[in-house]
Design a protein around this ligand. Structure first.
Ligand SMILES: Nc1ncnc2c1ncn2[C@@H]1O[C@H](COP(=O)(O)OP(=O)(O)OP(=O)(O)O)[C@@H](O)[C@H]1O
Length: 292
């Protein structure tokens, strides 16, 4: 559904995307992650046909978006970071006007219901909150029953309930066979939603793969307060210490915690603040962008 091979894009002398490659299959949610300026939006804009790549090959639904922008646009939905709405139209009028130039469009009520915005149908766009505007954007992106959906930071500004609603919608669309390319700064969102991901930094992919496999291959951590009077060398596992908090990075955090607890019991020590954590996407993200 999406194939990117060696995509390169510069603005003047500035290389924003430096030869990245990835693919996304039908029914897959693919998350493109990375800090501000990493090149995520540029990548989406090239895929959606808004920008031309300088080099590399890009295919969406087997089409080249630079040559067949119309064909791509007809079968894809897009939610960019800044939407341009007419402030004096109501929510329903906005959707209606988009329906006029969308083929096989959903009924207005259905699109609004999907985006959780039905009760705001008669409200003027200028009166919507930031999160509600994102929901209107989502309704428009879903209007043409897209086979590929590009979502650039879709839940920014949404309250927790609206975020969850959006996740359910995204999962539903993916379950119906569509492919979703998502950028987000909420790593919990990526971890919950995405089947696969790529972390970008300075225009390059620095880590990526299947979400579950990649996280499973990452080390977890066990941390606790180092008991008074002890030094890191007294602990039976290799730890790093910041302040009084000792941290052990390990592939098996449960086993490490058991070893620590039996050692503490034997010595009559109490391990305060004991925390056992499997690897999170946040760990991987920080490691990826730090080492880049
Ligand atoms: N039209 C433009 N002209 C010049 N430079 C640009 C333009 N658009 C983006 N850039 C630069 O290209 C780099 C990549 O921008 P891009 O918007 O793709 O990053 P991003 O990963 O989407 O960031 P964010 O998380 O902040 O949305 C940035 O350094 C940005 O300043």
């Amino acid at each position: 559904m999406i194939q990117v091979n060696g995509l390169t894009k510069s603005y003047g002398d500035f290389p924003a995307v430096k030869g990245i490659s990835f693919e996304a299959a039908p029914g897959e949610v693919f998350a493109l992650l990375g800090r501000n300026g990493a090149g995520k939006t540029t990548t989406i804009e090239v895929l959606a046909g808004f920008q031309r790549a300088d080099a590399g090959e890009v295919r969406v639904l087997g089409l080249d978006p630079a040559r067949d922008r119309r064909g791509v646009r007809r079968r894809t939905g897009i939610m960019l970071q800044e939407a341009g709405f007419f402030p004096d139209l109501t929510v329903a009028q906005t959707v209606d006007s988009w329906r006029d130039f969308t083929s096989a469009a959903r009924p207005t009520g259905e699109a609004l219901e999907l985006a959780g915005l039905l009760d705001r149908a008669p409200t003027k766009v200028r009166q919507l909150s930031g999160g509600e505007k994102r929901r209107l954007d989502l309704a428009l992106a879903l209007l043409g029953r897209p086979e590929v959906l590009f979502l650039d930071e879709p839940t920014t500004g949404m309250d927790p309930e609206a975020r969850r609603n959006t996740w359910d919608v995204v999962r539903g669309i993916a379950a119906s066979g569509a492919t979703i390319l998502l950028t987000t700064h909420y790593l919990d969102e990526a971890q919950r939603l995405a089947d696969r991901m790529a972390i970008m930094d300075h225009g390059e992919i620095v880590a990526g793969g299947g979400m579950a496999d990649t996280l499973a291959a990452q080390a977890g951590r066990v941390s606790f307060e180092l008991p008074t009077g002890l030094s890191p060398g007294d602990v039976p596992l290799a730890v790093t210490v910041a302040g009084r908090v000792a941290t052990c990075r390990t592939e098996d955090p449960d086993l490490a915690a058991q070893e620590l607890l039996s050692w503490a019991a034997e010595k009559g020590l109490r391990l305060r603040g004991l925390e056992v954590r499997t690897a999170s996407l946040e760990d991987l993200f920080l490691e990826g962008v730090d080492h880049a």
